[in-house]
Design a protein around this ligand. Structure first.
Ligand SMILES: [Zn+2]
Length: 308
């Protein structure tokens, strides 16, 4: 009550913003207002509902799948969208964290554990831009899930582009994300088409590799990309088919985050990878034990928050 008496206009403005956001979300979900209008509405009130002053990277606990939220004071990026049936969980997580619109959605590759809930989320949130990997037609999946994803994209009022090496997105506040890969893979393993991106803020950086396996990791090194990073999104849920020694050496992260489900069928993360992380002095976290993992960066230092 004290705060209310001290600054009643600030509190009223915040309350008004929250009412507008929820009213807007309802109208948007019912198709009464367009993506564009909802986005404008959100950007008009965002200052009142978002208090982040630093970069946040959330490895959301979605069991044996992946979903990463990047939040800057100005923009929101989502990398992958968990498996089928996780729309509600991810939606709740995003809304609880003050996310009402997504500026950039990166679908690393078209496997169910990465795009499973993408269509559902794309229907619930306004999205400005979507990046997908370019995969030769003969290797494109014919699953109903992938077809639904493409159909949702075609109805969505957003820009859809193939991952283009070197393309950089300005996320405001000196934070940017650059596309580094896939770097020249042309075989039939969809994992190796994973979009690889690097997020940079000051002296800190994060490398996201989806399910890229050793062959793609080596192609990335050969491409000359700067893959050094502070935090590595462990490749392919910590599988030993990814995270090869040369790659870990070149990336030389301080931390790694592993998206994996408790007691999963694949045995992820593999023991060899965990022991390599230890040998390289990489402090790792895993969603099966630690729940959702959040890294905070002020451009110099990294803080980690993980709880279950
Ligand atoms: Zn996966």
């Amino acid at each position: 009550m004290k705060a209310f008496n001290k600054n009643p206009s600030g509190l009223l403005a915040a309350l008004f913003a929250v009412i507008i956001v929820f009213l807007g979300a309802t109208l948007y979900e019912q198709g009464i207002i367009s993506d564009e209008f909802y986005l404008k509405l959100l950007s008009a009130v965002q200052g009142n509902v978002t208090e982040t002053s630093e970069l946040e990277v959330h490895f959301i606990d979605v069991d044996q799948a992946e979903c990463i939220l990047i939040k800057t004071p100005e923009k929101t990026v989502l990398i992958d969208a968990g498996d089928i049936g996780y729309e509600r969980k991810i939606e709740n997580y995003l809304r609880t964290n003050g996310v009402f619109a997504i500026d950039l959605f990166i679908a690393t590759h078209p496997h169910a554990d990465h795009i499973g809930s993408a269509s559902g989320l794309l229907k619930k949130f306004p999205v400005s831009e979507v990046i997908i990997p370019e995969i030769p037609e003969e290797f494109l999946p014919t699953t109903s899930l992938f077809e639904e994803f493409l159909l949702t994209l075609s109805f969505k009022n957003c820009k859809v582009s193939y991952a283009e090496i070197g393309k950089t997105f300005d996320l405001g506040n000196g934070i940017s994300i650059e596309i580094l890969g896939p770097a020249g893979y042309s075989g039939d393993n969809l994992n190796n088409y994973s979009v690889i991106s690097k997020l940079t803020f000051g002296e800190t950086s994060f490398l996201f590799t989806g399910d890229a396996e050793e062959e793609a990791e080596l192609l990335l090194i050969d491409s000359g990309a700067d893959i050094s990073c502070t935090v590595l999104n462990a490749g392919h849920h910590g599988s030993s088919t990814s995270n090869c020694e040369l790659f870990l050496k070149a990336a030389s992260p301080e931390y790694a985050a592993i998206s994996c489900g408790y007691n999963n069928d694949y045995g992820h993360p593999h023991k060899e990878v965990l022991s390599a992380f230890k040998d390289f002095g990489i402090d790792y976290y895993r969603t099966d034990f630690d729940g959702s993992i959040v890294f905070y960066s002020d451009g110099k230092n990294i803080k980690v928050s993980a709880k279950k």
